[in-house]
Write a protein that binds this ligand. Sequence first.
Ligand code: MN
Length: 486
Amino acid sequence: MPEYISTIGLEIHAQVRTASKMFDGCSADYAGSPPNSRVSVVSLGLPGALPVVNARAIEYAALSGLALNCTVNQRSIFSRKSYPYPDLPKGFQITQYDEPLCSDGWIEIRLASGATRRIGIERLHIEEDTGRLIHADDGSSLIDYNRSGVPLMEIVTRPDIATPEEARLTFEKIRQILVWIGVNSGNLEEGALRCDANVSVRPAGQAAYGAKVEIKNINSFRFVERALAFEIQRQIAVLEAGGVVTQETRGWDEFRGETVGQRSKEYAHDYRYFPEPDIPPLVLSAEWIAARRAELPELPDARRARFESGYALSPQDADLLTLERPIADYFEAAVAAAQAVGGTPKDVANWVLNEGFRLLKERNEPAVRLVERMPVAHLAALIDLVARGAINRNVAKQVFEASFDSGADPARLVAEQGLTQISDSAALASVAREVIAANPRVVAEYRGGKTSAIQYLVGQMMRATRGQANPQLARELLEAALAAEQ
Ligand code: MN
């Protein structure tokens, strides 16, 4: 049985977060609006309506291109892509074809193995979104044009992706970057970011690519990986059986866990692209492009590298802390506040990743909620309490959770609930004697040479003090008492 090589390319459609639509002043903020309430003569494609390019959409698309290491072309043109479909009121989509806004970029993905791979970006172009068809139970179809004309970026990767895992990581990385620079909401469920995947399979050693199958409209990261894994196996099975893979468009049926044929490419429409006569070529000066470059924030990969080297974090921790920009900003602000009271970056990373993310997961809340749940000042106050020895680590975890849930200042919680660590030797020494008296069997084991038995006795002291004993002191007092009574 020959080995097979799979080749994958992605086409990602990302809505641009502008206030108005791509070619007129009609509101692009349609979420939750009644059907057909965000429409205009332009977005409905009424005769005689003329498109005017949305400058902010061009700025955001150029910024995106730069963030994806593309060249922003000083000249690009709009074209008409003709196809008859009810969700497209004009009968054509205004898009960019042979002269896109951005071209020749790349991103880097990091595999589970830790290895990195560079994935080429062929182009990023601007177009308009379509309306939405809603198929009713009675067999009729309804149309909502609120989405018609919303600005879209289409981002096309090179066929550099070898596995379903790499495809998912590429989609995730592009989402991370677009959300990071503020041009896209990243909301896959609402369709603000959608992915089509092209995949072909060929026997190892064969130079020519196999027939390409396009899987349309995948709206989750998990589905991208599952759909491609299924489709690669399906194509290999066809080839193994001596068959021929048909070039076609398929959809992913998550319920059945398989891809389903939709239409054959042989009968694909001829889109009859031609330059849009109502929009002049888009010409950008070198100065304008340089100004966009100057607006770019530090990007996630650069920030991750800086977190690793500047704060001595592990690659895994640096990765988690730079998934989203508000979390990265929060972390850096918390480090500054914690260092002022004797804490370290590692202390902050541990609180955020261990306790913070754990509680968010338990409460089913997104990571960015941590910024409100545990303001920087509260996290720094908690780190201060631990650094000063006012509370021990176990109590600190309880205080973190109480503060996370109530919004109360940790210092106030400790004062009000009397949680201050007991570091009074006289008080703890009497607890140590009680614990020794109550556990003769463990004490005998300890004296018999099993020194690890002391852990149990320390635990009993913590229990007797509602977790408030200074554990180091408790251990020392136990050791001293056990030695003295011998
Ligand atoms: Mn498109």
